[in-house]
Design a protein around this ligand. Sequence first.
Ligand SMILES: [Zn+2]
Length: 161
Amino acid sequence: MSKFSKLIQKQKEVKDSKKHRFNLEAKTNANREGVLCACGSKHSYKTCCEPIHKNIYLAETPLSLMRSRYTAYVLGNIEYLMLSHHSSTRPIVEKKEIETWAKSVQWLKLEIVQTSETTSEVGFVTFKAYFLENGKEHVIHEESRFVKENNHWSYIDGNHS
Ligand SMILES: [Zn+2]
């Protein structure tokens, strides 16, 4: 990439991040009013991820658990993030750090790339989660593994690409 096209790209990124910030504010407000869920389902938070945040057993598939975890990141709901994380890999030590980080970044959107449920006990979801940190757009691209614990789905680990 030439110096010039890099510069153009940079300007575009700044412009896009401003646009994203506006969208995010709109989304966050919508979420508070119970209009649209942050997970991008086009359902209201009240009928989408909120019931799952209140009762994890309502997440019937790895995908719905994944979506509810994204929304929990957006809302900074650290208790749910801990609960929905398998106890064998739950990042208890980093709990405060994760909460601070989740609240400090601006979550933009969740994109589901692929889902596969191999058995009733294990399933995989590949996703992209976009966020802004210090004005720069980042993406978490991960294939997450979900397993059942205490008879509900939980996030155990993932492969980053
Ligand atoms: Zn949702």
